[in-house]
Write a protein that binds this ligand. Sequence first.
Ligand SMILES: *Cc1c(COP(=O)(O)O)cnc(C)c1O
Length: 361
Amino acid sequence: MVDRVYNFSPGPATLPYEVLQQASKDVVNFKETGIGLIEISHRSKEFMAVADETESLLRELMEIPDNYKVLFLQGGASSQFFMIPMNLLSHGKKATYLNTGTWAKKAIKEAKLFGDIDVAFSSEEASFNKVPTQDEYTVDSASEFLYLVSNNTIYGTQFPEFPVTEKLLVSDMSSDILSRKIDVSKFGLIFAGAQKNMGPAGVTVVIIREDLLDRTPENTPTMLTYKTHADKGSMFNTPPCFAIYAVGEVLKWLKKLGGVAAMEEINKEKAGLLYDCIDGTDFYRGHAEKNSRSLMNITFNLPTPELEVQFVAEAATIGLNGLKGHRSIGGCRASIYNAFPREGVIKLVDFMKEFETKNKG
Ligand SMILES: *Cc1c(COP(=O)(O)O)cnc(C)c1O
């Protein structure tokens, strides 16, 4: 095995080593076909089998009901910021958004191009340090849907539970899909860029309730219409073949590990180790309010920005990489998605204790 560092990058993020190894073989010679995986036709029976398996594994692991379509799209999670209102809102109609961070804010900006957007909650004044409980906002009765970001990657906050509403629920799950059990039937649409918790960059998964496919206005470009991709099994045009394959390999790994419920327990334990360390001292301060804490992105500060710079640099010298916080809030962030190994979290906790002892005034 090559010398691997512990990669705390927020995305693209660490992947299971066995997935990387398998991919490195398949890229050169896929299933003894004599053709590399990234050379093979997307309409070949070999690749069609890959795409089918990826979809059926995702359906199995997330228990996706039959009346939902699973789409593999390009354009990143960010393209969903406009595709959602473009397809689900005819011009002039309303939707409610919860402004819990940068990704929510970007989605709000795009949605405003298509409708009357009601921002029912914002934690921006408090540097997005929390997500709302349901009594902190009201959903306008004229709204078509309620949009929320399930896990706020940059700020390290996460909805511990989802709103209960009569409205369609639409959620960006880019940074916590497959990290915990969710009831898909409570949502109209779920989407996620693969590169945080599911695979490499290049594919965005959209899970959409079938009846919503008929809402799209006639004058919507073909490629930007969900139904185009739903009708053709994501093969209307060339799909991101390698990324779909790699997501499939990650899903096989997750299934072997016991599936989403088992993963959720592992994630709680891993994040708990870090939060216990943060709560056990005044030297480290968590950014997120306790009942909004993310199990995926742990954000914290040290007593001074100078110490934060030193912390990130020293950590890197012992193989703990990518701990610098996002430029919009500074501080430190440990992204510990599904594939991030527990041993790396332990190593970080040990380093944090040692760093505190050496540097507290
Ligand atoms: C990273 C991220 C995005 C943006 O993803 P792209 O694929 O780069 O467009 C959107 N939402 C959330 C929650 C993210 O973490």
